[in-house]
Design a protein around this ligand. Structure first.
Ligand SMILES: Nc1ncnc2c1ncn2[C@@H]1O[C@H](COP(=O)(O)OP(=O)(O)OP(=O)(O)O)[C@@H](O)[C@H]1O
Length: 308
């Protein structure tokens, strides 16, 4: 198997903060991978290290088997679209496209022109006067039209309306099928983007908590809902990833798939078993086990009422 990105013990600290903490992960060539996790989980840090915009405190990251830092042959394979991309003050659309065409060997002007039209990106306005959504659209044009063998998008949709986001997802999938390449996306719009993702890496406080194919991950957990006591009995001896309580009802996300015995037990106890969305899993892995903020808040409110 060929890997586009290989991270070994990758660590980046800022003082006492471990932005990335001993991350070992391989990203297969020609896949679309979602880099997921709550705010501050380390997604941008990972992308910055893989694209040589920053250096690790320890460990290493290889792109197509080579160190990216000050290595032109590797750097020209990489495109990193981040939300705070800066452009020279006098840049208009044409300047940004011209620079990209020179920099990226696989640049597709045809694709760039199509996307500029779809996103209605202004041609006469200087880029620094663009709206938030127009800036994101420009980043997406550069990222997709670069056709770079390894392309990173760090929350590329900020400010984009739903129609424009739909164009992004559709064109990304179409062009990826025509010109396969490695695409890594960080996103908080997980339910909206999960149809794009073949694989996900979930980070939590700088560590990898899951690295799996999307289908594998979906079947690696399930939810159970019903009367709290019956739910507690059902989950006894299992790993609970998250809990939500409303009055006497509870919903828990549990590690592991559903067996025939589970179905029978749930039916007998009047419980409902269901799948967990990717968003549900990321939230579940991003909170303290068995105590989601919702249940903590509601629990506190109940205690207050009981004490009043
Ligand atoms: N230059 C820096 N100086 C100090 N701390 C930093 C720096 N860059 C990142 N961090 C810290 O490292 C951690 C990871 O940050 P990072 O930006 O990688 O997270 P993220 O997953 O991309 O978050 P978000 O989803 O909010 O964009 C955070 O705690 C952040 O505060």
């Amino acid at each position: 198997m060929t890997y586009a990105i290989e991270a070994r013990g990758l660590t980046r600290t800022y003082g006492a903060t471990h932005a990335l903490d001993d991350v070992t992960v391989n990203i297969r060539e020609n896949t679309i991978t979602g880099l997921l996790g709550r705010n501050g989980a380390g997604k941008t840090t990972f992308m910055s290290l893989a694209t040589a915009q920053d250096r690790p405190s320890s460990g290493e990251v290889l792109v197509h088997g080579e160190q990216p830092f000050e290595h032109d042959r590797v750097l020209e394979k990489l495109c990193f679209i981040r939300d705070n991309q800066r452009y020279p003050d006098d840049y208009k659309l044409i300047h940004a496209l011209r620079a990209a065409r020179i920099f990226y060997p696989n640049w597709s002007q045809e694709l760039a022109d199509e996307l500029v039209g779809l996103f209605r990106i202004p041609k006469k306005t200087v880029v620094k006067k663009y709206s938030r959504g127009q800036l994101s659209a420009l980043g997406i044009v550069l990222g997709l039209a670069s056709r770079a063998p390894v392309t990173f998008f760090d929350e590329p949709y900020l400010g984009l309306d739903a129609t424009a986001r739909g164009y992004f997802y559709d064109v990304l999938l179409r062009d990826y099928q025509e010109v396969p390449r490695t695409i890594v996306l960080s996103t908080h719009l997980i339910d909206e983007m999960d149809r794009l993702l073949e694989r996900v890496v979930i980070l939590e406080q700088g560590r990898v908590v899951h690295d799996a194919d999307v289908d594998e991950l979906r079947s690696a957990a399930h939810s159970v809902a019903g009367p709290a006591g019956a739910v507690d009995d059902y989950v006894s001896g299992r790993t609970v990833l998250s809990t939500h309580r409303v009055g006497g009802l509870a919903t828990k996300v549990i590690e592991g798939g559903v067996t025939a015995e589970d179905r029978e037990a749930a039916l007998a106890a009047g419980l409902e078993l269901g799948p967990v969305t990717l968003q549900g899993l990321v939230s579940a892995y991003g909170v303290d086990r068995d105590e989601s903020p919702a249940s903590v808040v509601r629990g506190a409110a109940r205690e207050e009422r009981a004490g009043a």
